[in-house]
Ligand binder design. Structure first.
Ligand code: PLP
Length: 444
């Protein structure tokens, strides 16, 4: 039997956790194992993993095929440099496997170890691209309110969740934030006859014109905003965004760190709107979270600029763990399983069931002001009053009530997010909805 209090003492004394504050770590859940969508704590409590770890454990816990792929590759080759001049088999196979998989014009991959590194790589690629084309002033990046792009300095500066800024400012200059296409709470102006999607796209065009197109290098967006509140854009938003980026020669970076690899019911989220980015960041789901791996895919036109550079203008960008053989071997196995089980379609079906269940709860509970989602990325938003939309201030209480009843997920203020592993069954979806209903009944 594990001595929980001894473990807690070591944890409290010596581990500085992400987003740390002692007040939020008084009685932590310490997980010991998992199977499928279920997590198990050291004191034997079983909970549904309602956010699939941090949106990443697509295949669920305890997948033996992934464990075996890691063991096999690790026992063959620990590591080797991927700097130009050398490489390894799994990374080559994975780059080849990913060519054209997300979008037809993205055929070249640079590997990183996670999402923030991927976005840093994207921003540097934007600078590199415009410098090589003789437009060195195109360095500004337009992002959006509620965006989450990671916590390294430039990624933090692109992040539009302002709570991440104050203790680490000044931010990197040149990152701007425009209103998100947030149908329930749009923060920009809407002209008569305009939809939220049109207004939010207009905000992009206005920002580019205000800054000067010759100074704007890129626009970055998560197809569905995740950490900022599971914000699903209206259907008319991204097609317009693509047109605007083309009109002003602004590269479009899609941050598919959460939405990639089936989460939204398509293999990649922008496909739903018939839109292709110039650069795509990915991470998380590429290995189902079993190992850290991320990357960017770049369009053929960007690849051409890198490949045609003279030696003194080489793409001087590198990470030690770029193309780590074990991470890539696990990613290859993960992709094989995701496709074998057709989990993007399954996510679409389970997501529809989850959304329907949450809509049912909204009929029962006045406190639910909004229900939204795409595939297995859903949320409810709690309000005091449906008219005023004043936040209810009960997100954390609901989270605790759900934990007591066997569901572990995240509250972003009053937004309650659901993104379970894609392998979830109908019964498990129904169980999640039932727990949320019982928990709401208990706290209001
Ligand atoms: N981009 C998005 C959309 C994310 O959700 C995240 C993490 O949640 C990141 C980037 C940063 O990824 P990482 O934490 O692996 O650096």
């Amino acid at each position: 039997m594990i001595d929980r209090s001894a473990i807690l003492e070591k944890d409290r004394e010596h581990w500085l956790h992400p987003l740390h504050h002692p007040s939020s770590h008084t009685d932590p859940l310490i997980f010991e194992s998992g199977h499928g969508v279920w997590l198990r704590t050291v004191d034997g409590k079983e909970l549904i993993d309602g956010l699939a770890g941090l949106w990443n454990v697509l295949l669920g816990h305890g997948n033996q095929e992934l464990a075996e792929a890691a063991r096999e590759q690790m026992s063959r080759l620990a590591y080797c440099s991927s700097y130009a001049g050398s490489g390894n088999l799994p990374a080559i196979e994975l780059a080849d496997r990913l060519a054209g998989f997300a979008y037809p014009s993205l055929n070249t991959t640079f590997f990183t170890s996670g999402g923030a590194e991927s976005n840093e790589s994207a921003f540097k690629t934007v600078r590199y691209y415009w410098k090589r084309l003789g437009k060195p002033d195109k360095v500004k990046v337009i992002s959006r309110q509620h965006a989450y792009h990671g916590i390294t300095l430039a990624a933090m500066s692109a992040t539009g969740m302002t709570a991440y800024w104050p203790m680490f400012e000044p931010r990197v200059p040149g990152f701007l934030h425009i209103p998100a296409p947030y149908p329930y709470r749009y923060a920009g102006d809407i002209q008569p006859g305009e939809t939220v999607g049109q207004a939010a796209a207009r905000a992009l065009e206005e920002a580019i014109l205000r800054e000067g197109p010759d100074t704007v290098g890129a626009f970055i967006a998560e197809p569905v905003q995740g950490a900022g509140g599971v914000i699903v854009p209206p259907d008319d938003y991204f097609p317009r965004v693509r047109e605007i980026c083309d009109r002003y020669d602004v590269l479009f970076i899609a941050d598919e760190v959460i939405t990639g690899f089936g989460r939204t019911g398509d293999w990649f989220a922008l496909r739903r709107w018939g839109v292709e980015p110039d650069i795509m960041s990915f991470a998380k789901g590429i290995t189902s979270g079993y190992l850290p791996l991320g990357g960017i895919q770049i369009s053929d036109k960007i690849r051409e600029v890198i490949m045609s550079a003279p030696p003194n203008e080489r793409w001087m960008h590198a990470y030690t763990y770029s193309g780590h053989p074990t991470c890539c071997a696990v990613a290859l196995k993960n992709l094989e399983i995701l496709q074998r089980l057709d989990l993007a379609s399954h996510a679409a079906r389970m997501g529809a069931r989850l959304l329907q269940g949450l809509q049912g709860l909204a009929e029962e509970f006045e406190i639910i002001g909004d229900v939204r989602g795409l595939g297995l990325m859903c949320a409810i938003e709690l309000v005091k009053d449906r008219e005023t939309k004043e936040p209810a201030g009960l997100g954390e209480q609901l989270r605790q009530a759900c934990i007591q009843r066997g569901l572990f997920t995240r509250a972003i203020g009053d937004i309650f997010a659901f993104a379970p592993p894609l392998i979830i069954s109908e019964e498990e979806v129904d169980r999640m909805v039932a727990i949320v209903g019982e928990s709401l009944a208990a706290i209001i």
